[in-house]
Design a protein around this ligand. Structure first.
Ligand SMILES: [Zn+2]
Length: 271
């Protein structure tokens, strides 16, 4: 699932390419993922152009220059983009295609069709489930260490679950929660209520450093190697590295699968 660093990379990728470019045609191929009447979606996009692309939590936001519309895309697990010449073969489960005036197509495909695309009018996101309940952006300047601590204290339960709860902070998913907790030296199943002020401080710093470093790394990879089908994740230290040696201490990285979720951590480094 694309998380904050991946989405930040998409944002800069698209900002360099599609802003101000006329959308000559919009075609909806799989209406299921588009949470707006097909005709309204096409009418809003055709002949329009995107303004600067934004992001909020795990939503990519494509504002349109005219009509006061924003396309809000939550790609869930498998929603991905293609920006390519029209003759390039379309992927299976391509949901919509925008023919752009620069000779490219911007396509959205989603193998499991779990993602959702909303057409938001007049900046009113109340029709987008869970959007308005999202907590602050973890990299926002306003989220000082003090603000973060105050926020954290509203939540109980295991610290990994707290990080994944978007009403606490937005944009962190399973992969980066593991990475953040590894850098902070915190066991993912520790209770939030058991964290000391020092633990909270390390957690805050880890959130900022892990996400911002990853965002820069992914953006560089995207520019070099193109839009991914699977996220660029080979630089992660513990996530999906069960059984491999911990980069800090060399002990074998633990892997626990609960439900659909894999959690990786080092029992030695994370207490
Ligand atoms: Zn270790």
């Amino acid at each position: 699932m694309p998380e904050l660093p991946d989405l930040e990379a998409y944002r800069s990728y698209f900002n360099r390419r599609v802003v101000g470019v006329t959308i000559e045609e919009a075609t909806v191929l799989i209406p299921l993922v588009v949470r707006a009447p097909k005709e309204e979606f096409v009418a809003a996009l055709r002949g329009n152009a995107f303004g600067p692309i934004g992001r909020r939590g795990k939503f990519l936001l494509f504002p349109l220059e005219r009509g006061d519309y924003t396309l809000a895309v939550h790609s869930m697990l498998t929603g991905r983009f293609q920006y390519c010449p029209p003759e390039q073969k379309r992927r299976a489960k391509t949901c919509f295609v925008l023919a752009l005036g620069d000779g490219h197509e911007l396509r959205y495909f989603d193998g499991r069709l779990m993602g959702k695309v909303y057409l938001v009018r007049g900046g009113d996101f109340s029709g987008v489930p869970r959007y308005l309940e999202m907590g602050p952006e973890p990299l926002a300047e306003e989220l000082t260490e003090e603000a973060f601590r105050a926020r954290l204290r509203r939540f109980r339960g295991q610290i990994k679950s707290v990080l994944l709860n978007e009403t606490c902070v937005a944009g962190i998913g399973n992969a980066y929660a593991d990475e953040i907790l590894f850098v902070a030296g915190l066991h993912p199943y520790r209770k939030r209520t058991e964290l000391s002020p020092e633990d909270e401080e390390r957690l805050y710093r880890a959130i900022r450093s892990v996400l911002s470093e990853a965002a820069a790394m992914v953006a560089e990879r995207m520019e070099r190697d193109g839009l991914p089908v699977e996220e660029y994740r080979d630089f992660l230290k513990v996530h999906r590295r069960g059984g491999q040696p911990c980069p800090n201490c060399g002990a074998s990285i633990t892997e626990i699968t609960a439900g659909q979720r894999i959690t990786n951590f080092c029992r030695h480094c994370q207490r």
